[in-house]
Design a protein around this ligand. Structure first.
Ligand code: NAD
Length: 442
């Protein structure tokens, strides 16, 4: 959709835009009995997974509340931890980034030591480890910001759903990094759809078609486990494939706007251009049809191929009109004869990555409860179901997938850099690639 052709003036459509950041979904529960956390109480923050996103999330947490201090850091690798520490230290200084040498934890299992030190934890490792980290954080009574996806296998999803329940019982706040839920344009479009602006949704299309991401080549003397941990995007047990890792954002919008989760999925996929020695085992394209209870079908496409048309957005067709949204802050709803129902003015919208932390810390201070873990887990599960469909070539139902013992990730506490990882290469250095019709999902 070419937004320039939409012929709207920003100001004409502002009204709805300030439904904004605090939409109903984000409202803390009124039933909570959590005590207020006064502004003068310093909140101790820890991070597990000090990469690009984790470092950004700490910075957003420190900006969200002036009485937060980073006190502990954990990463599988010392060089990653120190790089993150240096950059945060430069930005915020040692009063806010108050991490003593003895509170920098490295290696497998380091998550427990960092989580133990904090009131609030940021979980930003690759997703394979998230269920174990989240489960531990909740068991220790910590508030959580965790990135998407929240697992790579069904066993992990079940762990997250159970921990989500426990978090509710303990009145803990859990924000999940599906930031479109915290973005003004998406909140406004959702609100319009709830109001019936385009009638009942009968179909949709969601996309993450792009050129792909980084590759981290094998370093001399690295063990196989170290190699997979550094080049994690290409290994399913850690990453889950890009249908999960990135496209979960758009799949999650489909679930949110549809108001439910699909009952089944069929799809096709494979790898056409992703054939290098460091490309592990993931596909470079997936196309899935998700069918919802109402009979509505949402088609999902994700592609990592350079030189093709890029597209990252969502469209839905209702009985009365259409909706278009994208991560750039655009939301446009129209009737079928082209009349604009709503077009979002994003001028005053706050960066959703910042809003996530503003909401989290405000809720902790107020004694409120935000809990995004259930929809985070179910949208991740939707993407897993899509991957099961493209890998196996079979129709996959939600019920069967959830009933399976599908497990990709070993218990982190049993791992070392000398362990044999779940993905095993052949004598030529190639990893087994899923083959539709042969690969089983369980
Ligand atoms: N919401 C968003 O828009 C968004 C954007 C980027 C990344 N993310 C998510 O954030 C997560 C991290 O992505 P990234 O880009 O920061 O990756 P990254 O590779 O830059 O960072 C991940 C870090 O986790 C560390 N790590 C791996 N396993 C660990 C373990 N068991 N214990 C401790 N540390 C461990 C790695 O060494 C690395 O430093 C992913 O789930 C990704 O999907 C979300």
């Amino acid at each position: 959709m070419d937004l320039k052709k939409n012929n709207f003036t920003r100001r004409d459509f502002v009204k709805g835009s300030s439904l904004l950041a605090g939409g109903a979904l984000l409202m803390p529960s009124l039933l909570t009995a959590t005590p207020l956390m006064k502004k003068d109480k310093t909140l101790k923050l820890a991070i597990v997974g000090c990469g690009g996103r984790g470092t950004g999330a700490v910075s957003q947490a420190l900006k969200a509340d002036e009485n937060v201090k980073l006190v502990a850091m954990a990463d599988a690798f010392e060089d990653r931890l120190e790089k993150s520490f240096d950059s945060l230290n430069k930005m915020f200084g040692k009063d806010r980034v108050a991490v003593k040498k003895s509170k920098k934890f490295v290696g497998f299992g380091s998550y427990k030591k960092a989580i133990d030190e904090a009131d609030v934890v940021i979980l930003t490792t690759p997703p394979g480890f998230r269920p174990q980290h989240f489960e531990y954080a909740v068991s220790q009574g910590k508030h959580v910001f965790m990135e998407k996806p929240v697992a790579t296998d069904v066993a992990g999803i079940k762990k997250v759903l159970n921990a989500a329940k426990l978090a509710k019982e303990k009145n803990l706040n859990v924000v999940v990094g599906l930031q479109r839920h915290y973005q003004g344009s998406y909140q406004a479009a959702h609100q319009q759809i709830q109001k019936g602006a385009i009638g009942n949704i009968v179909s949709g299309q969601v996309y993450w078609n792009s050129g792909g991401v980084w590759v981290r080549p094998r370093e001399a003397n690295a063990t196989e486990m170290e190699y997979q941990m550094r080049n994690w995007y290409y290994f399913n047990w850690i990453c889950g494939d890009h249908i999960l890792e990135q496209h979960v954002h758009n799949i999650d919008v489909a679930n949110w706007f549809m108001g439910g989760y699909p009952i089944k999925a069929t799809g096709i996929g494979g790898r056409e251009v992703r054939k290098g020695i460091d490309h592990g085992e993931i596909f470079d394209h997936h196309v899935v049809e998700f069918e919802y209870e109402s009979g509505a079908v949402v088609s999902s496409q994700c592609r990592h191929q350079r030189g093709c048309k890029n597209r990252v957005n969502e469209t839905f067709q209702g009985t009365l009109g259409t909706s278009y949204t994208d991560g750039g802050g655009n939301a446009v709803l129209k009737t079928y004869d082209g009349r604009e129902i709503y077009a979002h003015d994003n001028e005053d919208d706050v960066n959703p990555y910042q809003v996530e932390h503003n909401k989290l810390f405000a809720s902790i201070r107020k004694g409120g409860v935000i809990n995004n873990a259930e929809y985070g887990a179910k949208s991740t599960m939707t993407a897993i179901m899509g991957r099961m469909a493209t890998y196996s070539g079979k129709e996959i139902t939600w019920e069967d997938a959830m009933a399976s013992n599908h497990t990709l990730v070993p218990d982190e506490d049993t791992l070392s850099f000398n362990s044999i990882p779940p993905a095993i290469k052949d004598k030529f250095g190639n990893y087994p690639i899923p083959v539709p019709g042969k690969t089983k999902f369980y």
